[in-house]
Write a protein that binds this ligand. Structure first.
Ligand SMILES: NC(=O)C1=CN([C@@H]2O[C@H](COP(=O)(O)OP(=O)(O)OC[C@H]3O[C@@H](n4cnc5c(N)ncnc54)[C@H](OP(=O)(O)O)[C@@H]3O)[C@@H](O)[C@H]2O)[C@@H](O)CC1
Ligand SMILES: [K+]
Length: 486
C-alpha cells in the first residue's frame, strides 16, 4: 500500500538515520538517484544542456551534486543561484565538475531543468525571485524535473499558495510526501519517482495512504459457491424525485454493476417508471408516502441522489436514517443533514460523499478553503460529525477517525460531468451492502469509480452511464494486476 508522510515526519526520520551515517551520505544517495533519473530522461547525457534552479537550502544541495554527476558525464550544466546563500559543498562539487553559473535567460536553452529551489523546508507562498523562476521554468521548452517536491507545493498538505513549479517528473527522496498525492499539489507532480535512501525503518505510521490494485482486489468480496442474492448484499436506494429521475437510474446502475446481490429501489412515480424501464433487475417499491415500512430487509442504504430537499424528502431521510444498517448519504440528503444535524444521531455507521460545496454547508466553512485544504477539512468533518467522509474532487480523499486518510488517484478529469457522483454512490453503496465497512467501501468505491472513468473515457468525453457500464471492466483490471507478479 503506497504511503506518504508530512515534512515533520520525514525530517524526524532523516535525523534518526543521519545520526548513524557519515556526514553527507544521505545527500549523496539522493543526488545519485536524482542524476540517474535525469540521465534516463535525457537518453544520451553527453552534449545535452541542463539548467539547475538552486535555492538556499539542502534541496539546492541535492540538485548541485546531481548536476555535478551529469557534468561528469559530459552534459553542459549551468546553475541559477536564487538564494542569498547556497549549499557550499554542493556548489564546490558542481564547480569542480565543470558546472557554471548562469542567469535566468539560460532557461530557454535547456533540454532539462532541475527544480532545486525549495523542498520540505519551505514555508508559505514562494518568495521572489523563486516565484518568477518557477513560472519561467513552466514556460520554458525543456523537461522540468522537481527535486523532492515541486517548489511552491506544500509538502505536508498539497496546498499551493502562489506560483509553483509544474513538473513532468518529481524525484522524491526517501518516502512520498502527502502533498504529492493530494490536489492541488498532486497535479504539479507529473510522474513520481521514489529514491530509496534507507529511510524505511525510521518512518512512523503514515500520514496518508493510497490503495493499489492489489489492495482493492483483496478488499472486494467475491461470491462463493453457497452465495445467493441475499447473502451477496441487498442495497436499498432511496433516490430520485418526480423532478430528478436520472439520479435514481444512475445510482441503481452503479450499484448493480458493482455487484450488489439485489437492489431495492424506493421512490415516487416518475423515477420508478424510469428505473423500471432501465433496470428490470431492481426490485421496486413505489412510494406514495415517505415510508420504508414495505421495503423489506436491506444490508445498507444509499440516500439522497436527486431526492429533493422538501418535507417529503426530509421525512424519507429520517426514516432511512432511523434504520439499523449503514447508510451512505449523498447529494440532496447532505443538504437535509446540513439543515438538521439531528438526522445524524444514529448508532449504525454513516458514510457521507460530499463535494467541496456540500461539505462547506455541512461544516459552515468556505468552499474555496475546502478545495485548497482537502485533507484538513475531510479530517475535520470526520471528527466533528463522527462519520466516514469521502470528499469528492480532483483528488478524492476518504477520512475516518484515528486512521491515515486514504487518497484516491485513479480518477480522471473526464469524470467531472453530471451524474458521475450518483454512480459513485451506487458503487460504494453496493460495497457497503456486501459487508465492507464505511472506510473500505468509500475508498474502494472511489478507486473503482475512478478506474471505470478512465476506461470509459479513454481520453475522450464520457457520460455517467458509461462509467457505471465500465465498473465490471475495472474489477477485471484489478484481478489481472493482482495475478501478475508485483
Ligand atoms: N536532511 C538530509 O539529510 C536530506 C535532505 N534532503 C533534501 O533537503 C531538502 C530539505 O532541505 P532544507 O531543510 O534545507 O530545506 P529546503 O527545502 O531546501 O529550503 C529551505 C530554505 O528555503 C528558504 N525558503 C523557505 N520558504 C521559502 C519560500 N516560501 N520562498 C522562498 N524561499 C523559501 C529558506 O531560506 P531563507 O530564505 O530563510 O534563507 C529555507 O532555509 C529536502 O527537501 C531534500 O531535497 C535529501 O537530500 C535527503 C537528505
Ligand atoms: K524542489
Amino acid at each position: 500500500m503506497p504511503t506518504a508522510y508530512t515534512a515533520d515526519q520525514i525530517r524526524t526520520a532523516e535525523r534518526a538515520l543521519m545520526a548513524r551515517l557519515p556526514d553527507g551520505t544521505l545527500m549523496d544517495r539522493a543526488a545519485a538517484g536524482l542524476a540517474a533519473v535525469c540521465a534516463g530522461l535525457l537518453g544520451k547525457v553527453y552534449g545535452t544542456r541542463v539548467l539547475l534552479l538552486i535555492g538556499s537550502g539542502d534541496n539546492g544541495g541535492d540538485a548541485l551534486y546531481a548536476g555535478a554527476r551529469l557534468a561528469g558525464r559530459g552534459a553542459r550544466v549551468e546553475a541559477v543561484l536564487a538564494g542569498a546563500k547556497t549549499h557550499e559543498a554542493g556548489l564546490e562539487a558542481f564547480r569542480r565538475a565543470g558546472g557554471t553559473i548562469a542567469g535566468p535567460d539560460a532557461l530557454d536553452q535547456a533540454d532539462l531543468i532541475v527544480d532545486g529551489l525549495v523542498g520540505i523546508g519551505a514555508t508559505g507562498a514562494l518568495r521572489e525571485p523563486y516565484a518568477r523562476l518557477a513560472e519561467a521554468a513552466n514556460a520554458a521548452p525543456g523537461l522540468v524535473v522537481a527535486v523532492d517536491v515541486p517548489s511552491g507545493v506544500d509538502a505536508s498538505t498539497g496546498q499551493v499558495a502562489g506560483a509553483a513549479v509544474a513538473a513532468q517528473v518529481t524525484v522524491t527522496m526517501g518516502a512520498r510526501k502527502t502533498g504529492l498525492l493530494v490536489d492541488p499539489g498532486a497535479s504539479h507532480v507529473g510522474e513520481l519517482e521514489l529514491i530509496d535512501i534507507g529511510l524505511g525503518p525510521y518512518l512512523p505510521d503514515p500520514d496518508v495512504v493510497s490503495l493499489s490494485h492489489h489492495d482493492v482486489y483483496g478488499l472486494l468480496k467475491r461470491p462463493m459457491g453457497e452465495s445467493d442474492k441475499y447473502r451477496r448484499g441487498v442495497l436499498g436506494v432511496a433516490a430520485g424525485s418526480d423532478r430528478y429521475t436520472g439520479a435514481a437510474v444512475l445510482a441503481v446502475g452503479g450499484a448493480l454493476r458493482a455487484g450488489a446481490g439485489m437492489v431495492r429501489y424506493v421512490g415516487p412515480g416518475e423515477p420508478v417508471t424510469q428505473v423500471r424501464a432501465r433496470w428490470p433487475e431492481a426490485v421496486i417499491t413505489e412510494l406514495s408516502e415517505p415510508s420504508i415500512d414495505e421495503v423489506g430487509r436491506v444490508q445498507a442504504w444509499v440516500l439522497g441522489p436527486g431526492l429533493g430537499t422538501g418535507d417529503w424528502a426530509h421525512e424519507l431521510a429520517a426514516r432511512v436514517l432511523a434504520s439499523d444498517v449503514p447508510v451512505l448519504i449523498d447529494a440532496d440528503a447532505l443538504t437535509l443533514v446540513a439543515g438538521d444535524r439531528a438526522l445524524l444521531r444514529r448508532t449504525a455507521p454513516v458514510l457521507i460523499t460530499p463535494h467541496a460545496g456540500e461539505l462547506s454547508r455541512l461544516l459552515g466553512a468556505d468552499r474555496a478553503a475546502i478545495e485548497a485544504g482537502r485533507l484538513e477539512h475531510a479530517r475535520r468533518a470526520a471528527a466533528e460529525l463522527g462519520v466516514t467522509v469521502l470528499l469528492k474532487g480532483s483528488t478524492t480523499v476518504v477520512a475516518t477517525r484515528d486512521l491515515p486518510v486514504r487518497v484516491n488517484g485513479t480518477g480522471t478529469a473526464w469524470l467531472a460531468t453530471g451524474g458521475t457522483g450518483d454512480v459513485l454512490s451506487g458503487v460504494a453503496g453496493a460495497l457497503l451492502a456486501q459487508g465492507l465497512d464505511c472506510f473500505d467501501a468509500g475508498s474502494c468505491g472511489a478507486y473503482l469509480h475512478g478506474l471505470a472513468g478512465r476506461i470509459a473515457a479513454d481520453d475522450a468525453p464520457l457520460t455517467a452511464a458509461d462509467v457505471a457500464e465500465a465498473v465490471p471492466a475495472a474489477i477485471r483490471m484489478l484481478r489481472g494486476a493482482s495475478r501478475s507478479p508485483r
